[in-house]
Design a protein around this ligand. Structure first.
Ligand SMILES: [Zn+2]
Length: 203
């Protein structure tokens, strides 16, 4: 599963999959709920996740299609937990907020997509093994709700993240130190909720 989890990003390089590029995120105003806003005509994270579930659970879709959308679903539940994937339209989920990351040009989206995790210096396996150990009860608590509730929860973090930087700011250790717990928790929640979703689909 770890090996396919980046599949959704890998196919971005292939034009034939361009129709899926808007599925990785959803942008809507910070003071609104997803359900209050007209969805993008190009699709969004919610539309993408629901489409994946529809095809995986359909009796008429092909084995190949089911495999494709299952791999995509694994990826999208991860994206849902990256705060900048539930961002603002006007700065493209933080992509237009230019920053310095350890003296190099970056942006707020990239800091959260990869800079913090890459520079933590662990392999993905080491990182997943080092995530906080939680009880069965805590797992159940995290798995409550649905993608709309989870998006709302991520968006609360998004708002704090937007407030955490100034354009052009020089970020480094201090920023990672402040946010690393959040990064770990979001990774943990993403995995645990993906498990709940797959249990539900394949029950
Ligand atoms: Zn993605």
């Amino acid at each position: 599963m770890a090996a396919v989890s980046n599949f959704g990003d890998e196919i971005k390089a292939d034009r034939k999959y361009s129709e899926f590029s808007a599925w990785h995120y959803v942008n809507f105003p910070a003071d609104k709920d997803y359900k209050d806003v007209e969805p993008s005509e190009y699709g969004d994270l919610v539309i993408g996740i629901n489409k994946c579930i529809e095809i995986i659970t359909s009796e008429v879709s092909s084995k190949e299609d089911k495999a494709f959308y299952l791999k995509f679903l694994v990826h999208l539940i991860g994206d849902l937990h990256q705060p900048m994937h539930i961002g603002r339209l006007e700065d493209k989920g933080g992509n237009d907020i230019q920053l310095q990351w350890f003296g190099r040009g970056s942006n707020l989206h990239r800091v959260w997509d990869s800079n913090m995790i890459d520079d933590y210096g662990m392999s993905f396996t080491e990182l997943s093994n080092s995530l906080p150990k939680i009880s069965k009860q805590e797992v159940k608590q995290i798995q409550k709700g649905d993608i709309y509730v989870w998006i709302e929860e991520t968006q609360e973090i998004t708002n704090e993240v937007y407030d955490s930087v100034e354009v052009g700011e020089k970020l480094g250790y201090q920023y990672s130190y402040r946010w690393w717990n959040t990064v770990e928790n979001q990774l943990l929640k993403g995995g645990i909720r993906l498990a709940a979703m797959l249990n539900d689909i394949f029950k």
